[in-house]
Design a binder for this molecule. Structure first.
Ligand code: ADP
Length: 395
């Protein structure tokens, strides 16, 4: 067995999976929530065994990680006898700026690099660093690999990633488009290449979940994506506005008497389909409400769909045509209504889907009979991608 632990540390949470890379099977997974907040809880499941639930105060990521180790090595419900059985740890890291175009084996230099981008990923990068430091302290001698959400997008050409602002802002402060969900877009791309047995493809990958983004991928390389300097740009999301005129932002600040921090929080947490509908950020709730005649819920869905369709058109132009459109993420994988609506009226791109196939579950080929573009549903697996990258670098 070749055990790799995958860690996704958020500001107050740690999600983890233990994967046996000999067969790419999940041995155990879990979640610690509310770290440093009242009501902290760990939920752990070793495959085939009963859950472990631990409710106790966990002051920081270090304490939380100690609980994760306890659960993983629990004599009865754990997955390993000792942490020595784990060969490497892979960490999801949000922002790798321009420095990290590939996953990196962690050393002090890499940690310093991740620290450099705290300003651009203020909620995530500090948590990612804490996750890495905690593993280094609690699992000495075991290699750690950082896998960046931004790395896959580093192949974008300058004319795609630069904003139309004075060049000095880029030169002096690295203000540009970075893009996120890179691990997912890369995983989807690789699955498509494997499925179709070729790499010379023009692909639009649609990762639609709580956060959503599209990527335009040519011959395996990302040439454009919808997210920007931060994950706020692009599509309308669960609670994020996506693209908005910057002058609307300063106008909102004036009208609602908001500070810069307040308006960023307004655009990140109170906007998107939640803000439009006033119902929910969850698409199951939105569709239920729309079916009962809630017009704002329907409007929110229409806006979500329209923005995706617009970007599919834009990316088809950027790619000079499109061979594959693929859906992934909680919405992309489960919501046939959204998939079908996003692709309606794209006959001019020779895209159509098979309505029966679109009702299926899991990995699907939903290409319509007369469609020249392959339309696929590819369940994403960021943890597995991180584990593969970790294995490749550390073992
Ligand atoms: P994250 O971006 O946090 O990884 P996910 O990719 O898991 O999130 O997506 C979560 C979202 O997926 C939920 O908010 C919900 O809107 C949507 N979702 C999950 N299951 C379904 C479903 N059966 N039908 C429609 N939407 C769904």
């Amino acid at each position: 067995m070749t055990y790799i632990l995958v860690i996704n540390a958020g500001s107050s949470s740690i999600k983890y999976q233990l994967i046996d890379m000999d067969n790419e099977e999940v041995k155990a997974k879990g979640l610690v929530e509310r770290i440093g907040i009242e009501g902290a809880q760990l939920t752990h499941t070793t495959t085939g065994k009963d859950k472990i639930i631990v409710k106790k105060a966990m002051a920081d990521h270090g304490v939380a990680m100690q609980e994760v180790i306890k659960a993983l090595t629990d004599e009865e419900l754990g997955a390993v006898k000792s942490m020595d059985e784990i060969q490497a740890v892979g960490h999801r890291v949000l922002h790798g700026g321009e420095k990290f175009t590939q996953p990196s084996l962690v050393d002090e230099n890499v940690l310093d690099g991740i620290r450099e981008y705290i300003e651009l990923g203020p909620l995530h990068n500090p948590a990612n660093i804490k996750g890495i430091e905690t593993c280094m302290a609690l699992m000495p001698g075991i290699p750690n690999v950082a896998v960046f959400d931004t790395a896959f997008h580093q192949t974008m050409p300058d004319y795609a990633y630069l904003y139309g602002i004075p060049y000095d802002a880029y030169k002096d402060h690295k203000i540009r488009k970075y893009g996120f969900h890179g691990t997912s877009h890369r995983y989807i791309t690789m699955q498509i290449e494997k499925k179709l047995g070729r790499k010379d493809l023009r692909i639009i990958t649609c990762h639609l979940g709580n956060g959503s983004s599209l990527a335009a991928v040519k011959d395996g390389k990302c040439i454009d994506t919808t997210m920007g300097l931060t994950p706020l740009e692009g599509l309308i999301m669960g609670t994020r506005s996506g693209d908005i005129d910057p002058t609307a932002v300063t106008y909102i600040m004036k009208k609602y008497d908001m500070t810069a921090e307040e308006v960023v929080s307004f655009l990140n947490k109170k906007s998107g389909v939640l803000g439009i509908s006033g119902v929910s950020s969850d698409f199951r709730d939105l569709e239920a409400a729309a079916n009962e005649g809630n017009e704002k819920a329907q409007l929110a869905l229409n806006m979500f769909i329209y923005r995706i369709k617009k970007y599919i058109g834009a990316f088809a132009a950027a790619l000079g045509g499109v061979d594959v459109i693929a859906f992934a993420g909680g919405i992309g994988e489960n919501d046939g209504y959204i998939r079908s609506e996003c692709l309606k009226g794209l006959d001019f791109l020779n895209v159509s889907i098979d309505d029966e196939a679109n009702k299926g579950r899991g990995e699907l080929d939903i290409t319509g009979a007369d469609s020249k573009v392959k339309v696929l549903v590819i369940p994403t697996n960021e943890e597995l991608m991180i584990a593969r990258e970790t294995k490749a670098l550390a073992l």
